[in-house]
Design a binder for this molecule. Structure first.
Ligand SMILES: N[C@@H](CCC(=O)N[C@@H](CS)C(=O)NCC(=O)O)C(=O)O
Length: 212
């Protein structure tokens, strides 16, 4: 398999962490969405990352869809990051809110860096969406006493909560004061201390169109 995208993306990182946790071998192409867009386009017309290219040559996008496919590939015995059963709705709900924050953070970032002048209404909308959803997620994390969200083992939901937190803190460091969200910070620190998080990491760096 080939995984396309850089590890400063919270979406690419969550997929790489799953591949690595499941012991699935993959070739990593750390291509930038802007600097290496032509190379990405040869595999994926949508030109987004993560792109996962399976051994039969089929390319797939969207981190949640990719994780579902990986869980199917390894089967229920090996899919240790999946949480089927009673917690499924919470698992999907928290995962989707965390990924949604990352989506809106990416939108805000692009608005700030790709336009000569950011559109204030959009900036304020993204800022409110990110901040208020971080408050929701912090409360979800704070009310749980287990080491990870659902039990004492890492799940896909824990992973995206942590990769999102690192991304927003690094890429939009001037934008948000994290003091209101201590449970998220503590959660991210716990995850970032794990060997798989340390091995699959890259400090955030923006590559604009035309740069490499
Ligand atoms: N919902 C997607 C979001 C992926 C995403 O936003 N990727 C960004 C990089 S972090 C990207 O490809 N940006 C370039 C673009 O959207 O054209 C997922 O979960 O994979």
């Amino acid at each position: 398999m080939i995984l396309i995208g850089q590890y400063d993306s919270p979406f690419v990182r969550r997929v790489a962490i799953a591949l690595s946790t499941y012991g699935l071998a993959f070739e990593h192409k750390p291509w930038s969405t802007f600097g290496d867009v032509d190379q990405i386009a040869t595999f994926n017309p949508l030109r987004r990352v993560p792109t996962l290219v399976f051994d039969d040559g089929q390319a797939m996008v969207d981190s949640l869809a990719i994780l579902e496919a990986l869980d199917d590939l390894v089967g229920p015995e090996r899919a240790s990051l999946a949480r089927p059963g009673a917690d499924r709705r919470d698992f999907l709900r928290i995962s989707a809110f965390a990924a949604g924050v990352a989506d809106k953070a990416v939108s805000l970032l692009y608005e700030r860096v790709l336009r000569e002048q950011a559109f204030p209404l959009w900036v304020e909308r993204c800022r409110a969406q990110v901040a208020e959803t971080l408050t929701l997620l912090d409360a979800e994390r704070a009310k749980r006493t287990t080491p990870y969200l659902f039990d004492d083992r890492l799940s896909h939901a824990d992973v995206v909560l942590a990769t999102m937190t690192r991304f927003v803190r690094e890429a939009l460091s001037a934008e948000f004061d994290w003091r209101p969200w201590p449970a998220l910070v503590a959660h991210a620190e716990r995850c970032e201390a794990l060997p798989v998080f340390q091995a699959i990491a890259q400090p955030y760096r923006l590559v604009k169109p035309g740069e490499s």
